[in-house]
Design a protein around this ligand. Sequence first.
Ligand SMILES: C[S@@+](CC[C@H](N)C(=O)[O-])C[C@H]1O[C@@H](n2cnc3c(N)ncnc32)[C@H](O)[C@@H]1O
Length: 289
Amino acid sequence: MVEEEEEETKYFSKDFVWDELKEEIEKDPSLAHHLLSFNPSSSSSSSSSSSSSTHSDSWKAFHLRHSTGKFFKQRRYLLKEFPLLLHDHRNNNNILLELGCGNGSSVLPILRANQRITVYACDCSEDALEMAKGTVRSADPSLLNRFHTFLCDFSKTGFPDWFVRDLGGVDFVTLVFTLSAIPFQTMPQAIGECFGVLRPGGVVLFRDYGLFDMTMLRFHPSKRVGFREYVRMDGTRSYFFCLDTVRKLFGDVGFVAVELDYCCVKSTNRRRGKSMRRVWVHGKFQKPL
Ligand SMILES: C[S@@+](CC[C@H](N)C(=O)[O-])C[C@H]1O[C@@H](n2cnc3c(N)ncnc32)[C@H](O)[C@@H]1O
């Protein structure tokens, strides 16, 4: 999660052209391993790291280690990227579901900015949910009236029955650096769950790692666990999306792409004086009316 903390407060930025970055990377022999199709037998990373139970266990261990909340940084830019979060959407009691809420970096600015929104947040880690609640409570205890959490591993199971039954659907689903954190083969089912829980006209707000982001290029070849999929030292994983993959994943379950683009930002690491090229994917997908 450390990488996202470097994110600059620039929105829809086009500091460089993604196709030019792609061309440069394709010509660089030292990066050729990132482009190869994936052969599982050539990966020295533990094959068990691809199992779903290990996947969520790694995230649980991650949150246990980072339970000080040291990495907390509000993602205020979400309100600029997705201005519809500030206004009522089709009715005046909007419900938002944040999938994989972590320590609450995304939910806090949304709760603060829109007093008519109710946020439900899930995560596979109980510690993450406690941190998120603590984050919201310490910002303003009254926000807890509109903030509810529940434990759920959405790469394995759907949402709990009560969630769908009692709420009758949600208006927004936020997927912020969460889809990349689950195994690629479980993504279609997870996106299908999002489709199922949204009311007609409801929207998924998507923000995640883009293909050829600097953090992808830093992975050692032995850390590949799939095509464009890598595992970190701590067992958590990351997938890097190209636009076509995102379009297909969401389109296949019935979503209509309203916005989909790369966000290409040059940011400078002040400590090391190094310029870094960050690539994220920004997307907005609607369930048809
Ligand atoms: C990179 S963090 C993003 C957190 C948050 N969305 C944000 O904006 O900061 C990914 C989060 O997804 C959670 N996660 C990973 N796999 C999950 C799963 N299968 N089910 C539920 N949560 C999961 C992790 O525990 C972690 O909190």
